[in-house]
Design a protein around this ligand. Structure first.
Ligand code: UDP
Length: 245
């Protein structure tokens, strides 16, 4: 696969065009950022792990009827994806209170939510990715009511599938962020990545609140052993995928 042109470099990935306009190439980086890029570092091997974990989860979700942008991985840190127009929303699904939900509401971390919460944040680093209300979402003309209904239903289905999957890996899916895109037919596809960078994952075999963290919170909160936590997520995910296939 020839890289024809670098289209965009984000915090964790670089996007290239390819010789086929319907296909883009994503290269996952080891660079890590947190707190809207105020904290920067590197997590050795993260690019390959996040690409591999995302690829496994995208393929598994596809097999369950969720349309995704995934095509294949020409190298361990490279993913070929269908060209989509990314909808500028970060769709966060929460099962357990953590992170900004606790900071903004005072809820205690670890509180099990009575039902999953789907939230929409504006994907805009300059504005600090603000939480949107439904009315603001339509005010900004980001998507139609019908598209929002599709995204909400997809997000809930994905949550159900991912919760089942991670539970079978002895991992609790606390919360995660999704992005969606529109293909040239106007179909909504799951895009971006699903990885320890974008999910909160707690090890069910650990009871200690710090030891159980298997995701980017280890980097955000300087908990150490970031690489080994990411490796453990990859090992469990790939082990489960192998078992299911
Ligand atoms: N998240 C993400 N990218 C973002 C913001 C959040 O992947 O730009 C993920 C984050 O890893 C967590 C979930 O979305 O799994 C909810 O994040 P939260 O709103 O609690 O914000 P945070 O505490 O990470 O600032």
């Amino acid at each position: 696969m020839l890289h024809t042109e670098k289209l965009y470099e984000g915090k964790a990935k670089i996007l290239y065009s390819t010789d086929d306009p319907k296909v883009l190439l994503t290269c996952y980086k080891d660079d890590a950022t947190a707190f809207n890029a105020q904290k920067r570092g590197q997590i050795q091997g993260k690019g390959e792990i996040n690409c591999t974990v995302s690829a496994a989860l995208f393929q598994w979700l596809e097999s369950l009827g969720i349309p995704t942008h995934y095509i294949d991985c020409p190298a361990p840190n490279q993913m070929r994806v269908k060209t989509v127009e990314i909808i500028p929303l970060e769709v966060v699904v929460r099962n357990i209170a953590a992170g900004s939900l606790c900071r903004q509401t005072g809820m205690r971390e670890g509180t099990i939510l009575p039902s999953s919460l789907v939230e929409y944040y504006l994907k805009n680093d300059e504005l600090g990715d603000p939480l949107l209300t439904r009315d603001r979402l339509f005010l900004l003309d980001i998507i139609s009511q019908a598209q929002l209904a599709v995204i909400e239903e997809m997000a809930k289905k994905i949550n159900q599938h991912l919760q089942d999957f991670f539970t079978s890996c002895q991992i609790t899916l606390v919360d995660f962020k999704l992005e969606f895109g529109l293909d040239n037919q106007g179909q909504i596809l799951l895009a971006d990545e699903i990885s320890p960078d974008t999910c909160r994952l707690w090890d069910q075999t650990e009871t200690d609140p710090q030891a159980r963290v298997m995701d980017k919170d280890r980097f955000r909160k300087d908990l150490g052993q970031v690489e080994s936590a990411y490796q453990e997520v990859q090992a469990r995910v790939l082990g489960k995928v192998k078992e299911l296939s």
